[in-house]
Design a binder for this molecule. Structure first.
Ligand SMILES: Nc1ncnc2c1ncn2[C@@H]1O[C@H](COP(=O)(O)OP(=O)(O)O)[C@@H](O)[C@H]1O
Ligand SMILES: [Mg+2]
Length: 314
C-alpha cells in the first residue's frame, strides 16, 4: 500500500481551504502580465507569491496544498522559512524537514503533519483512549462541552475532526511533559491544527535513521538499552506508557537514542491496559538488543517497574 500518496485527500475537510483556493484563483486571474517583464519571471511570481511558503522539493499538487494549509502559519510566524524535503511518509502522518527561521536559533525543524481524516487509520483502538482526557485544539478538555460530546457520539464530521485533533494534542502535550522532565525526546517547538513542529535530528541531506535500521557498535548496546529503560521509567514516573515503543520509534543520531511518536501514549494510572502495554514496550526493546548479546528478564523488569510505580516510588 502506498501511504505516501495524497490522492485520498479531500480538500473539503479543511475549513476555509476551499474558499481560499477559489479566492486565490480569482485574484490570480485578475492580474495581467506587465508589458516590460519576462513572461517566465512573471509566471514564476504568480505561481510562487512572496507570501507563499517555499516548498523546494517535488511535492504533488494536493500534497503541496495541504502542506501550505498546515504550515503557512509557522512560515508567517517566522518559525520556518522553507520545506526542504519529506523525511518519511507514514500511515497517519508525514514528517518534513524544514529550514528554521534564524530567530529560532536552530538550523532545521521537523514538521509532523497529520493526514486529514486520520481517524480512519490512526491507532485509535479504544484501548489507548481509555482514561484519557479528550483535548481540543487548544489543549483544553472537551468532554464537558455537551455539543462536542453529542457530535462525537453521532460521528458527525465535526465530531470526527475533534477526535483527530485530540490525538494530535495528546501527542504534543505528552512530548512537552516528557521534554520538560529531561527525556531524550525532540523538543516541541510549536503546534497548530494538524501539525507539530519539533527539533529535527539529522542534517539537511540525511535525516537520522531509526534504530531498527542501524548497526550500532556492540559496545554502545548495553548503555543504550539502560538509557531507554531509564526512559520507560521516567515516562512511568510521569504517569505515561509510550504504548508503541520499538526500535522503529527511536531515532539514532550522533550516538544518542531519541524516543519519538507519542499519539497513542496512555495514562498509566487510568488506563486498564497500561501494564500490558508497558510490558510490550519493554519486550520489543529487549528483542532488538538481544542481537547484541544483551539478555534481560523482561518480565522481571516490567514487574519491578510496575510495583515501584504503584507504590509511588518512582
Ligand atoms: N524529530 C525528527 N527528526 C528527524 N526525523 C524524524 C523526526 N520525527 C520523526 N522523524 C521521522 O519520521 C518518521 C515518522 O515519524 P513518527 O513520529 O514515528 O510517525 P508515524 O506515526 O508515521 O510512525 C520516523 O520514523 C522518523 O524517520
Ligand atoms: Mg513511528
Amino acid at each position: 500500500m502506498h501511504y505516501e500518496s495524497y490522492d485520498e485527500y479531500d480538500i473539503s475537510y479543511l475549513p476555509g481551504l476551499k474558499q481560499r483556493v477559489v479566492r486565490d484563483a480569482r485574484a490570480a486571474s485578475k492580474q495581467r502580465q506587465p508589458r516590460d517583464s519576462e513572461p517566465s519571471e512573471w509566471l514564476a511570481s504568480q505561481i510562487e507569491g512572496e507570501d507563499d511558503l517555499p516548498i523546494s522539493y517535488g511535492a504533488g499538487a494536493s500534497e503541496e496544498r495541504l502542506l501550505r494549509d498546515a504550515l503557512t502559519i509557522f512560515y508567517r510566524d517566522t518559525i520556518i522559512t522553507e520545506v526542504v524535503s519529506r523525511v518519511k511518509g507514514g500511515k497517519e502522518a508525514n514528517v518534513y524537514c524544514c529550514r528554521a527561521h534564524p530567530k529560532t536559533g536552530m538550523d532545521l525543524i521537523a514538521a509532523k503533519v497529520y493526514r486529514p481524516r486520520i481517524h480512519r487509520t490512526l491507532r485509535n483502538d479504544a484501548i489507548y483512549k481509555e482514561g484519557r482526557l479528550m483535548l481540543d485544539d487548544e489543549g483544553k478538555g472537551i468532554t464537558r462541552n455537551e455539543r462536542t460530546k453529542r457530535a462525537i457520539a453521532k460521528k458527525t464530521d465535526f465530531g470526527k475532526e475533534t477526535i483527530t485533533f485530540s490525538w494530535i494534542e495528546h501527542e504534543n502535550a505528552t512530548m512537552q511533559k516528557l521534554h520538560a522532565a529531561g527525556a531524550d525526546v525532540p523538543r516541541p517547538i510549536a503546534h497548530e491544527g494538524n501539525a507539530i513542529l519539533m527539533a529535527y535530528y539529522g542534517d539537511i541531506n540525511q535525516p537520522a535513521s531509526t534504530l531498527n535500521s542501524v548497526d550500532i557498535d556492540p559496545r554502545e548496546a548495553a548503555p543504550m538499552f539502560d538509557r531507554l529503560m531509564w526512559h520507560v521509567e521516567l515516562m512511568l514516573a510521569h504517569n505515561c506508557v509510550h504504548g508503541d515503543l520499538s526500535p522503529y520509534n527511536v531515532l539514532y543520531w550522533e550516538g544518542k537514542a531519541v524516543v519519538i511518536d507519542f499519539p497513542q501514549a496512555v495514562v498509566a494510572l487510568k488506563n486498564p491496559h497500561a501494564r500490558r502495554l508497558l510490558q510490550r514496550d519493554i519486550d520489543r526493546l529487549a528483542q532488538f538488543f538481544a542481537r547484541y548479546g544483551i539478555e534481560k528478564d523482561t518480565a522481571a523488569l516490567g514487574d519491578s517497574l510496575w510495583k515501584q510505580f504503584m507504590n509511588g516510588e518512582l
